[in-house]
Design a protein around this ligand. Structure first.
Ligand code: PMP
Length: 360
């Protein structure tokens, strides 16, 4: 069996050690005589898996005790609605920072429930940078502040946490969670679809400060109320059990590999060398402000877009796949989440240099 280097933005690569353990346990989980997929979510076997996964995530991220961790479905996209439904708490306004395609989706959904104050936007700079914090126009009567720490499509990332005072700070961390240590206590809500740094698609992790639970808007669907899930340990209905189990294996893998400090060190190194290769050539380009370049999603263009198809084809032939940029921006995008080995980034850089030599 030979594994490829898959640069997909998500679903993305999973650590090989995790896949192997899942394979070993697939038919018979630890002598239980059944697969995790076949377990009752309320049985003692799955309960132990669920509890261990949460405990490991809490340890790896340093999640304080006054936060609930919810293991939900519906993707990060459902959180675009759940956040206003739960966090407006009688208010009529929320602050949103617009840094790209995913911010825009969150804003569009929030507008269904409240007045959105776009406190800062980099749209006029084509989302190639992040608005300086001193230019943000936060509203006094906004119930919370929402931002997207990493824009998966644009490849723009906050390398700092906004200090928004008493207002709950809400972050769509789908494509950056677990890539580095963060201070969870600075946030009201953190949410992320699993399919990048956590596990397989179908699971959504929500970390929510307890005092923000229990004030959902009237008529909020039961399944969209954080309280429903917080009170039932994410077992109000059948949770995505297999995804939860695999996420647990990923949390252990992170812990066993040095935790988030180690992830950050490797991620920074991987990103730095890829950007250096791009910047060091006239053949490749990345337009993002160097201060805000993503460690996780690295978009780049070829000087001659007519070579895009050949580039993708030859890269794939060498086991470097899914490098095509998002359909909205074109060019290339290399997503290099935790599970992308450094050797994969090295192989991409070597291929890029060779391709340039032959076509530049
Ligand atoms: N937010 C961000 C930053 C994303 O990258 C994505 C998925 N690519 C989403 C939200 C949507 O996530 P989901 O598909 O889990 O709804």
């Amino acid at each position: 069996m030979s594994r490829i280097y898959n640069f997909s933005a998500g679903p993305a690569m999973l650590p090989e050690a995790v896949l192997k353990q899942a394979q070993e346990e697939l038919v018979d989980w630890q002598g239980s005589g059944m697969s995790v997929m076949e377990m009752s979510h309320r049985g003692k076997e799955f309960m132990s898996i669920a509890e261990a996964a949460e405990a490991d995530l809490r340890q790896v991220m340093g999640i304080p005790d006054n936060y609930k961790v919810l293991f939900l479905q519906g993707g990060a996209s459902s959180q675009f609605a759940m956040v206003p439904l739960n966090l407006l708490r009688g208010g009529a306004k929320a602050d949103y920072i617009n840094t790209g395609a995913w911010s825009k989706k969150a804003i569009a959904e929030a507008k269904r429930y409240c007045n959105v104050n776009v406190a800062a936007t980099s749209e006029s700079e084509n989302f190639m940078t992040i608005p300086a914090f001193d230019s943000w126009q936060l509203a006094d009567d906004a119930a919370y502040v929402h931002y997207t720490p990493n824009e998966t499509i644009g490849g723009v990332e906050f390398h700092w946490i906004p200090e928004v005072g008493d207002k709950p700070l809400v972050a769509d961390m789908s494509s950056t969670i677990l890539s580095r240590p963060i201070d969870v206590s600075k946030y009201g809500v953190i949410y992320a679809g699993a399919q990048k740094n956590i596990g397989p698609a179908g699971l959504t992790v929500v970390i929510v400060r307890e005092d923000l639970i229990g004030q959902a808007m009237e008529r909020t669907p039961t399944m969209f109320d954080y309280k429903t899930h917080a009170e039932s340990d994410s077992m109000y209905n059948t949770p995505p059990t297999y995804g939860w189990y695999l996420a647990g294996l990923v949390f252990k893998w992170i812990r066993d590999n040095g935790g988030l400090e180690a992830m950050a060190e490797i991620n920074k190194r991987k990103a730095d060398k890829l950007y250096a290769a791009i910047d060091g050539s006239d053949f490749y380009a990345n337009p993002v402000d160097p201060e805000c370049r993503s460690w996780m999603n690295v978009p780049f263009t070829l000087a001659n877009p007519e070579l895009d198809a050949t580039f993708l084809k030859e890269a794939a032939a060498q086991g470097l796949t899914t490098l095509k940029g998002h359909r909205s921006v074109g060019g290339m995008r290399a997503s290099i989440y935790n599970a992308m080995p450094e050797a994969g980034v090295d192989a991409l850089i070597d291929f890029m240099a060779d391709f340039e030599k032959r076509n530049g």
